[in-house]
Design a protein around this ligand. Structure first.
Ligand code: DAT
Ligand code: MG
Length: 140
């Protein structure tokens, strides 16, 4: 497996509780390199576009409201098998079901406010990275 990149978001519940460094420590300890990183306030339009695939789901409105409720940190992570590796490090969507030692098990308080986003495929990773980063802002 070649070196791969994935897209990550540290969500508003992470920035609000001052957990940016603590979550990054878990990411780096897992061997993923943070090769791009920026703190932003997501607009409603950006959040709606980012989570478009979920627009028919009952929690869509709540999700967009949450993602725009405070600053987020958008990241590009690089490493062997980075997409699958980061999904493993994040843990299950619902923190109650996440494995011990995962970011969501350690830090998340609910399924809606689950601390991190990570791409679910290499193709989606490319699209998501392109939504938030210019090539020149990623330094591997
Ligand atoms: P993941 O973030 O693990 O890829 P997903 O793509 O299924 O999970 O959902 C995207 C986000 O939507 C998820 O991180 C939190 C929110 N969400 C998912 N299921 C939910 C639910 N049942 N109630 C509230 N929010 C939910
Ligand atoms: Mg998802």
């Amino acid at each position: 497996m070649a070196t791969e990149r994935t897209f990550s978001i540290l969500k508003p519940d992470a920035t609000k509780r001052n957990l940016t460094g603590a979550v990054n420590a878990v990411i780096e300890k897992a061997g993923l390199r943070i090769v791009g990183q920026r703190r932003i306030q997501m607009s409603q339009a950006q959040a709606e576009k980012f989570y478009e695939i979920h627009k028919e789901r009952p929690f869509f409105g709540e999700l967009v409201t949450f993602m725009t409720s405070g600053p987020v940190v958008v990241q590009v992570l690089e490493g062997e098998n980075a997409v699958a590796k980061y999904r493993e490090v994040m843990g299950a969507t619902n923190p109650a079901q996440a494995a011990e030692g995962t970011i969501r098990k350690t830090f998340s308080e609910s399924v809606g406010e689950n601390t991190v986003h990570g791409s679910d495929s290499a193709d989606n990773a490319k699209m998501e990275i392109a939504q938030f980063f210019q090539d020149s802002d990623i330094v591997g």
